[in-house]
Design a protein around this ligand. Sequence first.
Ligand code: AMP
Length: 265
Amino acid sequence: MKVVRTIAEVRETLRDAADVGLVPTMGALHAGHAALFRRAREENRLSVASVFVNPAQFDDDADLAAYPRDEERDLAFAEAEGVDVVFAPSAEEMYPPGFQTWVDVTELSRGLEGEARPGHFRGVATVCLKLFNVVRPQRAYFGQKDAQQVAIVRRLVRDLALPVEIRIVPTVRDDDGLALSSRNERLSGDDRSRALALPRALAAGAAAAREGGDPVATARSSLNGLSPDYIAVLELDDGVRVLAAAARVGSIRLIDNVLLEGELP
Ligand code: AMP
């Protein structure tokens, strides 16, 4: 596995690569990321993972400072998963002095996560566009877990005619049903048990929808005391709808969603 840190090195390394799959990550790698790496490896001749805690997508300095970082562990993890190239740039490499060019997927970035985290999706869209431009992948892999992000990245690619296919990988969960997340490391034992109400409520909502009931109302009444930031039906793509929710448990904000209709692209 090759580790590169500059845009020039990425371009040099991938100069003759014809078939590249990119998995953008912020590190703190877990089995959710591994599922993306596996798909990228299966569907491309070369798999590239970026490991970059993108400051532009954090609206809260404390959250950025608390984000788990362990590069040595991440590199060993990526290598064990068969990733060919890791791009781990510095913040200055991605945001050189004077940086002032932003991409804003206007409507889809409003509401839900965008409301709770102002500027978040502008940071996500901008870093994704830059990564696509640097790596030039044929395919890029994103997790279903971040449903609004998926909708925004697909819209970005369509609107700007970017030559990349976006693939969505189903959410990987722990045995108890909690969606794997780098933030779960910061949940205390009690909070972790309380957090399970989120996937359970979403599952109840999806089951109600299959019976012709109201998924949002059912999920809301199944939260077992957790108070959600939102529970909403979100369209990921034409005809693909998920039931998505966010809730704060202790100091951690958790998000999750389940498929209601359609198939992941
Ligand atoms: P992150 O490092 O949290 O920015 O995530 C990098 C990518 O991994 C994003 O596309 C996430 O949606 C995806 N991801 C994170 N957690 C999971 C999970 N539990 N299952 C599937 N994909 C995930």
